[in-house]
Design a protein around this ligand. Structure first.
Ligand SMILES: [Zn+2]
Length: 225
């Protein structure tokens, strides 16, 4: 279990990585980490990831009660709490506004089709949650039905949320999600991306079963073809 100081240091480092990668701008985005069963550290409202300090982070409990009154938690706290409540295996959540992934949702496109093998292995499917007013309880409600079976979700006209066992895990999923969006957008400028067929998906399923790569492969993805 990380100490308070280690958690602050690692959240700030993760935020800097997200900022420098261009996955957020200005005061977009929020990152949280589950310290103990009932205690969560989260980035504050209205502060840029580019100059976040270890003193800026807020503590809340799983019910959203603020435990440190000097810092105001991110307004997207309800979305983070919904994920922690449903997924005891999750210790870190990242919400960001990756521009290419968000652009897909603005035009009615998605990342739900099985096109790239490593993405199928890592995520199964990346679904898109219906539009919700940002910074309200609606954000939590819009992803509620998707949390259990997915580790990465696009938010219509808003951005994306990824989560995992560690900050690194959640970050790598966000980075991969945005890279996938770039690849799909590039493919769409050349033609229509080809979807992997049933045989190709079944071989990926066999490969996945032999490794620990990708925990939340959606079974229906493999049986639908
Ligand atoms: Zn947002």
């Amino acid at each position: 279990m990380k100490t308070d100081w280690e958690t602050r240091r690692d959240i700030v480092a993760c935020a800097r990585q997200v900022y420098e990668k261009g996955i957020v701008a200005a005061t977009d985005g929020n990152i949280s980490y589950r310290m103990m069963t009932d205690r969560i550290m989260i980035t504050p409202a209205g502060k840029s990831f580019g100059n976040l300090s270890t003193d800026d982070l807020a503590y809340v409990d799983i019910d959203g009660n603020i435990l440190t009154f000097e810092q105001k938690p991110s307004s997207e706290l309800p979305m983070h709490l919904e994920i922690y409540r449903q997924r005891p295996d999750v210790n870190a959540v990242i919400h960001a506004h990756p521009p290419f992934a968000t652009a897909l949702t603005l035009t009615g496109n998605s990342l739900s089709d099985p096109i790239l093998p490593e993405v199928v292995m890592m995520f199964g499917e990346i679904p898109t949650a219906p539009y919700a007013t940002p910074s309200t309880q609606e954000s939590a409600e819009s992803i509620r039905h998707l949390i259990k079976d997915h580790d990465a979700i696009l938010l219509d006209h808003h951005g994306a949320v990824t989560y995992g066992s560690s900050l690194d895990d959640a970050y790598l999923k966000m980075e991969k999600l945005e890279h996938t969006a770039k690849t799909i957008l590039a493919a769409k400028t050349l033609g229509t991306p080809k979807i992997l067929d049933g045989d190709q998906l079944n071989k990926l399923k066999e490969l996945k079963n032999k490794s620990s790569y990708g925990k939340h492969i959606v079974e229906s993805l493999f049986t639908a073809n």
